[in-house]
Design a protein around this ligand. Sequence first.
Ligand code: 7TS
Length: 420
Amino acid sequence: MKSAPQQKLSLPSIKTFDVENIRDDFPILKQKIGGKKLVYLDNAATSQKPKLVIDAMNRYYTEENSNIHRGVHYLSELSTQTYEAARGKIHKHINSNSEKEIIFVRGTTEAINLVAQSYGRHNFTEGDEIIISAMEHHSNIVPWQLQRDEKGINLRVIPINDKGELFVDKYENMFNSRTKMVALVHISNVLGTINPVKEMISIAHRNGVPVLIDGAQAVPHSRIDVTDLDCDFYAFSAHKMYGPTGVGVLYGKEKYLESMPPYQGGGDMIKSVSFERTIYNDLPHKFEAGTPNIAGGVGFGATIDYINQIDFESALAHEEFLLKYATEELLKITGLRIIGTAKHKASVISFVLENIHPHDIGTILDDEGIAIRTGHHCAQPVMKCFEVPATARASFGIYNTKEEVDTLVRGIHRVKKVFG
Ligand code: 7TS
């Protein structure tokens, strides 16, 4: 499939937003790489962390470290309070019904595996169907394939057009009495496409089918309201939204979480254990076996504080400006093709350059201090749709600047010169 002709975009006006102020919050951005100013454009892989988050985690280890939910001593109670406060902040941030619906996990990948293993094992039988899309990250494909291999279910894939948009009408016709789940990415990490998930959730619900949304790339680039979306599950990672690695959340509607068996067994997920019988703990702890990433949870709470402290709406408008500006500037480069030209896009631009391998683009840009990602971005099926083995990908965060886009463009011209 070839990508659609690329049309000119009109730039939105920038709202007042002091990006330099924001940059000051992120210590790593002051670094030089090989003598060059760091230009960090790999935010879709992981974002950088503000001092507020780093300090909260340092303080936790320096002054509060203790295991949670089990001690009566001061430090244990303190760390339990901070950890549980983080859950409360996340519950408010995504507007879930209650804190019981916020399950701490390692990240998006674990959240999806939890649903596939627990909900899937309990509810899927041979011949059932799961609907996913052609633009899924591997972490929203492979967990369902594991269920397919175990249970004999079938995966149905919503196709995409040459701009990288889902065919919603085809999706609507994919439902039948065997459809048991829809698992759909909110924003594609390769194409940047923002999928019309609210509409697609409502279509699934009309067919009586629950929906899991992979929100890994959506949570950093939009306001998420799980009640308004009416999704049944929503998965995301802290590290892509300026928080720490190794922690994320599975949001699930209470009615589903209550009906699902535990995903892992161990400490903290039980009320009582004997060799004959174990009584499981209440939500959310039923799904949180063992000592969790406590410092990560504390850092996640601080991340939400940080987002609440800044003018997040203006930050998102700034990102939108960067995306439009970068799209216009990149399209001026002869031989450059943008992969993913959907009408509704977030801060990701994948591109290829005629006759130059993306890894070579990444290496030359690295010499200039510019960090982008190259490769298949853990989404090989979408690469196949566009008939490319790999792309170069620049992805923006709230601290990136117009000047950094200009540096990227100059860097790509240098790549062309080197390989020209
Ligand atoms: N889903 C999407 C849409 C993603 O972009 C990613 C990570 C994941 C799931 C998995 O998240 P994790 O936190 O559990 O690893 N995406 C990328 C990326 O684009 N480059 O590196 C990781």
